[in-house]
Design a protein around this ligand. Sequence first.
Ligand code: NAD
Length: 425
Amino acid sequence: MSLKFKEPAPITDHLNPLESMMQRFDEAANILGLDESTYNALKSPEKAVIVSLPVTMDDGKIKVFQGYRVVHSSKLGPSKGGIRYSMGVNLDEVKALAAWMTWKCAVVGIPYGGGKGGIQCDPRTMSDGELERLTRAFTGAMRDVFGPEKDIPAPDMGTNPQTMAWIMDEYSKLVGQASPAVVTGKPLVLGGSLGRVEATGRGVMVSTRSAMAKLKMTPTQCTCAVQGFGNVGSISAKLIEQQGVTIVAISDVSGAYYNPDGLNVEEAIEYVTKHKSLDGYKGGNMITNEELLELDVDILVPAALEDQITEENAGRIKAKLIVEGANGPTASTADKILDEKGILVVPDILANAGGVSVSYFEWVQNRLGYFWTEERVNRRADRIMKLAFDNVYKTSKKHKCSMRTAAYVVAIEKVADTLKLRGIF
Ligand code: NAD
């Protein structure tokens, strides 16, 4: 019998997210002088669950999917992290992303550990019914892993508020009571939070504003290029523009658009709402995505994919400030080159943590049974992001290291201290 399903994409050395994360972890662990037992405890995930999920497809046949959930750490609180539906999902990737969540939550000081999950599937080729059955099967299989006090999923690549609604419904049925706090990123009507949609981009803007102040950059005299024009990129561009910065380039999968006099971000967002992508957008001249990264701008916001800034192009980057809206847009091999050029990089685990901060607020509101206004959500999220930025900046000055290493230092120190206080050893 021939194999009908595609093998997951192989991970090349250069792109392996686990290795990339560990390089940064090791650098911070050295600065902190972590002892070997703490190092080993923090490196290994607490739990990795692999499940096989038989699902009846629309044609009546049964297909078996592989599902994963990794709890990297629950030392600071219940583990938190998204669920990814993609053909490329594999255990190594989920482990790296789970650890990433531990550091992200710790760096912004929210009481969560880190987790991540995924199912190896291609959601674009599946019907809503198939996706619903798959999601409910996964929730059933993870019944003992998930829980409002244990492990709280959220959307990630290939999943959305509807997926979270199915998880919430299935989990509530299994435990026999309404449990909205078991997932975040739910539709508003099911207990989602106001402000969640804009939260990541808003955090990117707060990080950009804080970094500009440290570098004594005057917003009205600054230009910015944004790679990616989805949720994070478009909202970041809109809010950074509102700070007085001129957005000269934006891009998406259709290409990049450059206008040295400045683009109108609101108009570009309206264009994408209508046409689904920037394809055909006339607000700027077309350049390549590679050219966008190397533009002579003050600020660069990569908000699309992993590994966009590499050892190959890092030397040509002209921005003074890079704010990482995406997860992992800079390959670890490029870190040193950017540092030597004196570019301030606000790392992903800090810059895009506005999303998980408002997910935390969603969980708090679900447990309170009381909902906040958008103004309150934004004010509290801005405060978290500002405090976290200042803490990481201060740490980078203290240890004379990059903001990225400093963010890992802050996060690892916090989790290591908790480990010691709780007396796990
Ligand atoms: P999204 O799907 O809404 O948008 C992705 C954008 O990137 C789209 O505009 C797409 O066209 C563009 N893109 C894809 N390939 C590209 C390419 N080769 N060149 C240029 N643009 C390309 O996704 P999102 O939610 O905005 O997430 C973007 C990044 O931010 C991801 O790395 C994600 O993990 C990270 N992130 C998202 C959140 C969140 O709350 N949404 C939170 C933290 C981190």
